[in-house]
Design a protein around this ligand. Structure first.
Ligand code: GAR
Length: 215
């Protein structure tokens, strides 16, 4: 059984998708703790509802960002967390946490990286006027959304899309690929060679490319 630690800042719908996969018996993992940097994060309600331990850590209480991430690493390590999940965690993770969990931190980003890294990936895509966007699960390195890509999924973008309409379309696929990436890890099928993630027995999946007529 894979021990997970989840970091979130807000709504927590990706956190919920992971909980649902575990509860449905499709992901052999246990969420040992949810850590939030925002006391009003709705993710906390989800943790309560599913009897998952949660912890609010206030970044302002630490003398530096490094100290904040050292505290997070300590809390995760003390619960034997093996894989750290950034589920809408709106901070750049500092080196100390990355070194504590090398290639063992996964992030979800709402764009097809390396396009549109950083905040508001969906708005960046709409403003740029591209016709295909999507989402990416990747291992976290020290850059901003630059780590090795694990899974991506694609959706079409209409000229009439808004940030909200595109975000909603992408989110449906986020909820599929994040649990899938964690499952591949749990099954011991991921390895990182340079910046490329190798996946044992990987099958290309049509469901990760949304056809406009299926929306
Ligand atoms: C998701 O769309 C996720 O991809 C994005 O925040 C949202 C969180 O939603 N993450 C980033 O933009 C990270 N740079 P959720 O709280 O409902 O999972």
């Amino acid at each position: 059984m894979l021990n997970l630690g989840v970091l979130a800042s807000g709504r927590g719908s990706n956190f919920q998708a992971i909980i649902d996969e575990i509860e449905a018996g499709r992901l052999d993992a246990e969420i040992k703790i949810l850590i939030v940097d925002n006391p009003n994060a709705y993710a906390i309600e989800r943790a309560k509802r599913h009897s998952i331990e949660y912890l609010y850590i206030n970044p302002k209480e630490f003398p530096s960002k490094d100290d904040f991430f050292i505290k997070i690493a300590d809390e995760l390590k003390s619960r034997d967390v093996e894989l750290v999940i950034l589920a809408g965690f709106m901070r750049i993770v500092r080196k100390f946490l990355i070194d504590a969990f090398p290639n063992r931190i996964m992030n979800i980003h709402p764009a097809l990286l390396p396009s549109f890294p950083g905040l508001h990936g969906q708005k960046q895509a709409v403003d740029y006027g591209i016709r295909i966007s999507g989402c990416t699960v990747h291992f976290v390195d020290e850059g901003m959304d630059t780590g090795p890509v694990i899974i991506q999924a694609a959706v079409p973008v209409s000229p009439d899309d808004t940030e909200d309409s595109l975000s909603a379309r992408i989110l449906k696929l986020e909820h599929k690929i994040f649990p899938e990436a964690i499952r591949l890890y749990a099954e011991g099928r991921l390895s990182v060679e340079g910046r490329v993630v190798k996946i044992k027995g990987y099958e290309l999946k049509d469901e990760f490319i949304v056809n406009p007529s299926l929306r």
